[in-house]
Design a protein around this ligand. Structure first.
Ligand code: SAH
Length: 266
């Protein structure tokens, strides 16, 4: 049925970005087209933008010329600013009555410490809003032609971080359980410990023939997808000198890449 758009559709008014509040927004994996309308709205209205390393700076073109940009990520091997200092800065700016946009790569609540920052804001009594983003382990895989779920291969997925708060391989995971299912495993931040991760999974019975993909710079012009089997995964990462940011995925759903690879950057 045909609808008359002009007659029946109200224009959308996005929530006002109030002075003295913080919006914690996900900027997606890289392609500027993957930011949400709300994130764009926040960019247009922010007084301060505090952004992390994996945020594509091209999206700042949505901001107005008077905006202050502050980088809060790792730079040239130097340690990143302490999480505490970042939250203090957010609180300080909000208390000055600024509209503060805290921009994080992907989704702020997936391995992005967004929740920690939100907790600090809540404790300080600062009003905030969370704007979800497209996470690298979800949208990034779609850009690699890998469906996170596919009816023929899997009815569940597991998102895993490859290192914990201390930088070590996480010990809290029950690796035996992870190894003994066929549920695809999607790893963030796993390049550093890939050797140990593969060995542990194989020792605990994960199939050495399972298809794996390493997706680097997903959704960006230099996106690369390398496919192998679990037995050869860590060797491939080393031989090809694969560098972060990368998502590593293991599972039968990865085979769909053969059919669904679509990404052509233009
Ligand atoms: N909050 C983010 C994850 C932050 S942790 C999200 O939801 O996506 C940082 C890790 O995310 C990187 O080490 C890498 O594993 C992954 N990542 C982020 N952007 C990526 C990209 N464009 N391509 C591949 N991996 C990416």
């Amino acid at each position: 049925m045909h609808h008359d758009i002009n007659k029946n559709t109200k224009p959308i008014q996005f929530t006002d970005f109030k002075r003295g509040s913080v919006w914690l927004c996900g900027a997606g994996p890289g392609d500027p087209g993957l930011i949400t309308c709300l994130c764009k709205h926040a960019l247009e209205n922010a007084d301060y933008i505090i952004y992390d390393a994996l945020v594509n700076n091209d999206i700042f073109s949505f901001a107005h010329s008077g905006v202050f940009l502050e980088y809060a990520g790792k730079r040239g091997g130097k340690p990143s600013p302490k999480q505490k200092d970042i939250t203090l800065r957010l609180i300080e700016l909000a208390k000055q009555g600024k509209r503060v946009l805290r921009l994080k790569g992907g989704d702020p609540f997936i391995f992005g410490r967004g929740a920690e920052e939100a907790v600090a804001l809540r404790k300080a009594g600062i009003p905030f809003r969370i704007v979800p983003g497209v996470s690298a382990g979800i949208g990034g895989l779609a850009y690699a032609g890998i469906p996170l779920t596919y009816r023929e291969t899997n009815q569940a997925v597991t998102l895993i971080t490859g290192h914990d708060a201390t930088g070590e391989m996480p010990h809290a995971h029950n690796w035996a359980v992870l190894a003994q299912t066929k549920i695809p495993l999607v790893f963030y931040m796993a390049i550093k410990h890939i050797d140990n991760i593969c060995t542990t999974l194989l020792e605990n019975g994960r199939s050495e023939q399972e298809t794996c993909a390493v997706v680097t710079n997903a959704s960006l012009p230099n996106q690369a997808v390398n496919i192998t089997i679990l037995k050869n995964l860590s060797q491939m990462v080393k031989q090809q000198n694969i560098q972060p940011p990368a998502i590593i995925v293991m599972g039968d759903n990865v085979d769909m890449h053969k059919i669904l690879d679509w990404f052509i950057y233009s």
